[in-house]
Design a protein around this ligand. Structure first.
Ligand code: ADP
Ligand code: MG
Length: 240
């Protein structure tokens, strides 16, 4: 089966800093593929190379059978890729519904937008918050709204960068259940995460990045049993 996303030999250098170095990574349709690694490992940079924020210094990216290495970010979105970045980006003064409306308006027919807003509000568990300014939501609810804004683009591949950052254990668990629900509905996921309990909750496969390079790949059980992985996490503020 052709992989949904095939990254081959991808690098991203900032001057002399090799933030991502010779990464080869395959994401198959249907996966919840978690990308883990200590702070500074290159996870967010790799995401930005995948979505086209940064052109890679080397390597090749093939998405749904098409080479997108040189494609502009919007062209990748049109082909079915969507990202929720690490930094929050909801419009805090606007109502929750309006945030979704903005994400939907460019590619959903005007007459269908309201129904699509309602569908997303239901999936996200935010129906009761629809008319409240997004800035008044809890931190967890704002994260879900952001996932909803990425979902509004109807992605086949959704990239989430640290969806549980700053969330309570309860909100983290609910985020995991949301991700699994979206995956069951047909969205393949590539998720950056530090929280190993959360990775265990959602992951169908795990790739470890360290110093910009692929360090290990396997099931969550294989990764947590690997003493080399435990070693690179020791002494980091996000040790699992
Ligand atoms: P992670 O998301 O795994 O914590 P990042 O991808 O954010 O790691 O960062 C990897 C390395 O690249 C770090 O050393 C970081 O300081 C560096 N880096 C990230 N973005 C830039 C940039 N725009 N310019 C220069 N260096 C960067
Ligand atoms: Mg990061």
């Amino acid at each position: 089966m052709t992989p949904l996303l095939q990254i081959t030999g991808a690098s991203k250098h900032f001057g002399g800093l090799f933030a991502v170095e010779d990464v080869t990574l395959t994401v198959h349709t249907g996966e919840i593929h978690c990308l883990i690694g200590p702070n500074g490992a290159g996870k967010s940079t790799l995401f930005k190379v995948i979505v086209g924020t940064y052109p890679p210094s080397a390597g090749r990216i093939v998405f749904r059978g098409t080479d997108i290495t040189e494609a502009k970010p919007f062209a990748r979105v049109i082909r079915g890729m969507s990202i929720k970045l690490q930094a929050p980006s909801v419009f805090k003064t606007l109502p929750v519904r309006q945030n979704l409306h903005i994400a939907l308006q460019d590619h959903v027919a005007r007459a269908a937008i309201r129904a699509e807003e309602d569908r997303l509000l239901g999936i996200l568990g935010l129906a009761a918050e629809a008319e409240r300014p997004a800035g008044l939501l809890s931190h967890g609810q704002q994260q879900w709204l952001e996932i909803g804004m990425a979902l509004a683009l109807c992605p086949v591949l959704l990239l989430l960068d640290e969806p549980t950052a700053g969330l309570s254990p309860e909100e983290t668990f609910r985020t995991g259940e949301l991700i699994k629900r979206l995956n069951a509905g047909g969205t393949t996921m590539l998720v950056v995460e530090h929280d190993m309990a959360f990775v265990r909750q959602i992951a169908t496969s795990v790739t470890v990045l360290h110093l910009g390079k692929i360090f290990a790949h396997g099931s969550i059980d294989e990764i947590t049993a690997d003493p080399r992985v435990a070693e690179i996490y020791l002494g980091t503020p996000h040790a699992a």
